[in-house]
Design a binder for this molecule. Sequence first.
Ligand SMILES: C[S@@+](CC[C@H](N)C(=O)[O-])C[C@H]1O[C@@H](n2cnc3c(N)ncnc32)[C@H](O)[C@@H]1O
Length: 274
Amino acid sequence: MPKLKHMFQTRHHAELYARFRPQPPKELIDKIVTYLSEKLERPFNAALDVGCGSGQNTRLLAPFFLHVTGTDISSAQLEIAAKDCDSSNIKYQIGSAEKIELPSSSLQLVTACQCAHFFDLPKFFEEVDRVLVPNGVLAIYGCNLSAWKEGREKEITEVFKEFNIDRLENYRDEQLQLLDNWYQDIIMPYTENVRIFPINLVFSRPFGDIVGQVTSWSGVQRMFQEDPQKGDELIKDFRYKLANALELDAPTDDTIVTCKVIHVLLMGRKPSSF
Ligand SMILES: C[S@@+](CC[C@H](N)C(=O)[O-])C[C@H]1O[C@@H](n2cnc3c(N)ncnc32)[C@H](O)[C@@H]1O
């Protein structure tokens, strides 16, 4: 299995990811802010978004904090995040989840959106515990893409399952199993914790954007790198099967369909020092 370090590193992959990755739902961010507010007073000072990629999640945190830092191991992702940034209280910097370059007890919130499965979790948790203030919160969340049409749920689920699990079996990172299982196997480092599932984001979207999003997945990009023809065939087959499942006759990229993104949210609170 190729190493993760080859993924999200090229400008092409980062651009594809940024173009098609939807932001997490506002409802999910509201749940984090509500949880934080139970034991910490607003305004919150500082948050860190680890594995921030092209900044879709980082930007959503900006209204609630005086300072937000986004870190990632991919400079290609960070370049796009910085280009798309319109908040003066966000800064992006290279950094890994396992070694956080911020002072101890300096953050109210640490988030890991769609990336905790890639981390060395024991090392990440140790760092999170160092940088959080007492009553600070660690929020880990992730999602899986789907589509929706009344009465076609089974067929649609089958298309995504076959694509994601069966066809990409030798190309996708093993750690993604944690997310396939909706993070049920992640043991949060704090006894005060909560798991919220599902949080659904349902919205209208061009058919071509769903195809674009699956094309940006690491496993698919890995297949394209190794064998572009195989990658093309996989995407063509996905288009055909998804169109059938949605009962669409020859959809174009612009055909509007219903997209469903299912999220899971884990939150844990660092104990207060009293
Ligand atoms: C699927 S993307 C998610 C990006 C973003 N959080 C989002 O929600 O769209 C995963 C990101 O995690 C980053 N990543 C993977 N391992 C990492 C690590 N150990 N430390 C920091 N970032 C990491 C990758 O470079 C990539 O940008």
